[in-house]
Design a binder for this molecule. Structure first.
Ligand code: UT7
Length: 328
């Protein structure tokens, strides 16, 4: 069977109504709107309520993506949910979203690759579609990070927000769709960003709770430099692999980690600021959800349309990173 390009047929996104502003955070930890704005670019983030959870936002984004792709939930062959904040340890959030949307013919699963998870999912299903193993895939990035954030740690709690984005992928005509994609990790940096409690190593005990081991811990300053280098390098590699130059890229959508990281990546790539999309002021860092939320915003506002060439690049805990070039 001839190979077939895989492309994006429809996208959607969803986030909680609740908002946590920098002014709200000033009342919780020793910080200021001025520090958060200048060091991260973030003004507010969406925050799930006590009774809201990851699969709800993932399912809402997925429904929208399937509808916009002109498909039905039964058409989906695989659901890959990228998340670091699953509803529960088992079953997978992918399977829970499958139940919620009625994608009865799919295989649901999760991918744990932190902020790079959406690109991990895209890369996995791309080859399955290209080789004809499956026809339609749903890739979701969904997070309720604020339930894993330590609101006594000012260096992490100001960054993260909640939300979900989803994409339906399927066969597209030659010359379109995913032109190049690659994922990478380096587990030697495992303790740069991690949540040690709750697994088989430390378990869950009064001690792990007292030691706040179930919350995210991050060495932000060290990650910053690795993030910029990794995202820029894989971007250059993927643009080349796609047979393009950086001038052929119409829009760059980086993982929204920190505005200063985005600016530094753009500078390294030699691409003008107006070609680099940012929504971090409104959403903060939503980990695996940040790229699909940003992509869908660009599609809805007309920044991405038929023929637009998009560069995606991500970096996250693990550490993990990835790059993808897509022509719509
Ligand atoms: O999502 C993908 C993975 N994550 C990342 O890629 C995150 C990358 N890192 C970052 O975004 C930044 O490193 C942070 C935003 C986390 C921190 O910014 P920074 O400019 O690297 O600050 P820093 O950690 O070097 O800290 C500088 C100072 C410290 O004070 P002293 O020791 O110089 O007195 C911190 O205690 O800023 C202080 N600080 C704060 N001050 C006010 C740290 N957080 C805050 C805060 N408000 N929220």
């Amino acid at each position: 069977m001839a190979e077939q390009n895989a492309g994006i047929l429809g996208m959607g996104h969803s986030y909680p109504e609740g908002i946590l502003t920098n002014a709200d955070l000033e009342k919780i930890v020793d910080t200021s709107d001025e520090w958060i704005t200048t060091r991260t670019g973030i003004k507010q983030r969406h925050k799930a309520a006590e009774n809201e959870y990851t699969s709800q936002f993932g399912a809402a984004a997925a429904r929208q993506a399937i509808e916009r792709a002109g498909l039905n939930p039964e058409d989906i062959d695989i659901i890959v949910c990228a998340t670091t904040t699953p509803d529960q340890i088992m079953p997978s959030t992918g399977a829970l979203i499958q139940k919620e949307i009625g994608a009865v013919n799919a295989a649901g699963m999760d991918v744990f690759a932190a902020c790079s998870g959406f690109l991990y999912g895209i890369t996995m299903v791309e080859s399955m579609i290209r080789t004809g193993q499956i026809k339609y895939a749903l890739v979701i990035g969904a997070e309720v990070l604020t339930k894993y954030v330590d609101y006594t740690d000012r260096s992490t709690c100001v960054i993260f927000g909640d939300g979900a984005g989803a994409a339906v992928l399927g066969p597209v005509e030659a010359g379109k769709g995913i032109l190049a994609t690659k994922i990478k990790s380096d587990g030697r940096y495992d303790e740069q960003l991690y949540a040690p409690g709750g697994g088989t190593k430390y378990g869950t005990s009064h001690e792990t709770i007292d030691d706040r081991m179930h919350f995210f811990k991050m060495k932000g300053n060290e990650l910053f430099k690795i993030a910029v280098r990794s995202m820029a390098d894989i971007s250059v590699e993927m643009v080349g692999k796609a047979g393009l130059t950086i001038d052929d890229i119409d829009i760059v959508i980086p993982h929204q980690a920190n505005q200063r990281i985005t600016d530094a990546v753009a500078q390294r790539l030699g691409i003008s600021e107006d070609k680099v999309y940012s929504n971090i002021a409104e959403h903060g860092n939503t980990s695996s959800a940040s790229i699909p939320i940003a992509m869908d915003e660009c599609i809805q506002s007309g920044k991405i349309k038929e023929g637009t060439t998009v560069l995606l690049t991500a970096f996250g805990g693990g550490v993990t990173w990835g790059g993808t070039v897509i022509r719509f």
